[in-house]
Design a protein around this ligand. Structure first.
Ligand code: PAF
Length: 324
């Protein structure tokens, strides 16, 4: 089934007419041109109208089938696809969203540079047995006059929240909106964005959103680098340097296993590992409480080690849970 050609409603018509105005258009342009604003890719249904997707999903829910949602910003890699695979195992219907959310980009971050490849993303999602994709436009997600935002929970304040002002307000707002558009039984988030996962769990708890948040393990390249859409920006040399993040986390894990409990000493060794790889811009290296993200000075219970550092112009994050 997966090797079947891309199926688009008017594909035959377009293929038969060399001068067809929709020839050489991107999938998004084609979809926008279709009256239904829907197409199917190897049996997977793709909606660019959030409202239409919501109506269809609400109809499917009346059939009492369980629904899993995988929210993404596209530029999919195997980390994202692992979420889709888990959702596939646990749910009757798997919905993925692809939306590069403008409100979660801090003022100094370049939304325009974020990688986008809807065609490749749709092929990958279809191959991972996703049933429905929602790829709405910014105009529909943030219509003229939009002014309602979610005030994110306290756990959003440190670390990423301090480095990327407004980021979690944008994340919480769009994720809550996605939960309304796609009322899922479960929603899947990667542990690579550890603080984001906590922000969403706390928001769901605080606002009584009826969805189970399923954390999914970090997927790593063979050399340990955590998969990220941003890795594609790295030059071969930077790609080598980037391995230092997971090596620093390995060092922390080794130290804790050998009985070290002084967080300052562990953080010092992690920083040395980053500096040794030539990383000069380090946003943070901390050991924190895994639930509140309050920084720890000594490891008297479970902790999470978190890193954010720049390799060239690319900002990378990674983390590891440490059990004492
Ligand atoms: O993790 C992401 O890709 C995004 O922050 C999310 C959760 C899809 C919200 O835009």
């Amino acid at each position: 089934m997966h090797e079947r050609a891309f199926v688009l409603a008017p594909a035959a018509e377009i293929a038969a007419d060399w001068h067809h105005p929709l020839r050489n258009k991107t999938i998004r342009e084609l979809l926008a041109a279709l009256p239904s604003q829907q197409c199917a890719v190897n049996g997977m249904r793709v909606f660019i109208s959030a409202r239409d997707a919501q109506l269809e999903i609400m109809r499917l829910r009346t059939e009492r089938r369980s629904l899993g949602l995988v929210p993404t910003m596209g530029a999919l890699h195997d980390g994202h696809l692992s979420l889709v695979r888990l959702a596939r195992e646990q749910s009757d219907i798997v919905v993925a969203s692809i939306f590069v959310n403008p409100t979660q980009f801090a003022p100094h971050e370049d939304l325009g540079q974020y990688p986008r490849n809807l065609d490749a993303d749709l092929q990958a999602l279809a191959a991972a047995q996703c049933d429905i994709v929602l790829a709405p436009s910014a105009a529909e997600m943030y219509p003229a006059g939009f002014s309602t935002y979610v005030e994110p929970p306290a756990v959003a304040a440190p670390l990423e929240g301090a480095c990327r002002p407004g980021h979690f307000r944008g994340v919480a707002t769009v994720v809550l909106k996605l939960f309304h558009l796609v009322p899922a039984d479960r929603a899947y988030f990667g542990q690579k964005d550890y603080q984001q996962l906590l922000v969403i769990r706390h928001m769901v708890r605080d606002l009584a959103v009826p969805v189970e948040i399923v954390p999914c393990p970090i997927v790593r390249e063979a050399d340990g680098l955590a998969m990220s859409s941003r890795n594609r920006y790295l030059s071969p040399h930077q790609r080598q340097q980037a391995r230092a993040l997971s090596r620093a986390l390995d060092a922390a894990e080794r130290l804790v296993k050998s009985g070290e409990r002084d967080a300052r000493r562990i953080v010092g060794q992690m920083r040395d590992a980053l500096a040794g790889a030539g990383m000069e811009r380090i946003d943070y290296v901390v050991l924190a409480d895994p639930e509140s993200l309050v920084e720890k000075s000594s490891l008297d219970g479970p902790a999470v080690a978190l890193i954010a550092a720049h390799v060239g112009n690319t900002r990378l994050i990674d983390n590891r849970l440490l059990n004492t």
